[in-house]
Design a protein around this ligand. Structure first.
Ligand code: MN
Length: 170
């Protein structure tokens, strides 16, 4: 069945002053919606692929026919990346994590403050537009990495935990 643009759990202006309503509207109502439409267009005529979860296609792009592989990578990636991004933010939320994630961050980065510093610095190093990520690798360890454009760590066999949309500023 065709992908749909997920509704946000909060209004466009809920994240101000960190992200203004206009930016939210552009990234959700225009960019994300556009990626949904273009992914659906690419998958038209491939009912077997439409039945698979998008994450499954992105995790193994070789199973996607070459004719639509780039379109699925770029637009499907845009869908998956933004869907996670809207979920990991909320008004009046945030702060240091607790429990298993806090332990894993401690083990990988030496603490939350140093994680935050490394994550910000990675995000600041993205040239043009892309994403900064906290991911879990196959051994359960955490890594910070960045991807260009709408590439997703799912395609590298990694599990996204947290991401940050990095776009070019005027
Ligand atoms: Mn975006």
């Amino acid at each position: 069945m065709p992908l749909e643009l997920p509704k946000l759990d909060y209004p466009y202006d809920a994240l101000e002053p960190y992200i203004d309503a206009r930016t939210m509207e552009i990234h959700h109502g225009k960019h994300h919606a556009g990626y949904v439409a273009k992914t659906n267009a690419a998958l038209e005529g491939y009912p077997d692929l439409q039945e698979k979860p998008l994450e499954t296609l992105l995790a193994d792009l070789n199973q996607v026919p070459e004719a639509i592989r780039t379109a699925v990578c770029n637009n499907g990636g845009g869908v998956a990346n933004h869907s996670l991004f809207w979920k990991i933010m909320a008004p009046d939320a945030g702060g240091a994590p607790q429990g298993a994630l806090a332990d894993a961050i401690q083990a990988a980065f030496g603490g939350f403050d140093s994680f935050r510093e490394s994550f910000s610095s990675a995000a600041g190093g993205v040239f043009g537009s892309g994403w900064a990520w906290l991911v879990k690798d196959s051994s359960g360890g955490l890594q910070i990495l960045t991807t260009p454009n709408q590439d997703t760590p799912l395609s590298q066999g990694l599990t996204p935990i947290l991401n940050l949309d990095v776009w070019e500023h005027a």
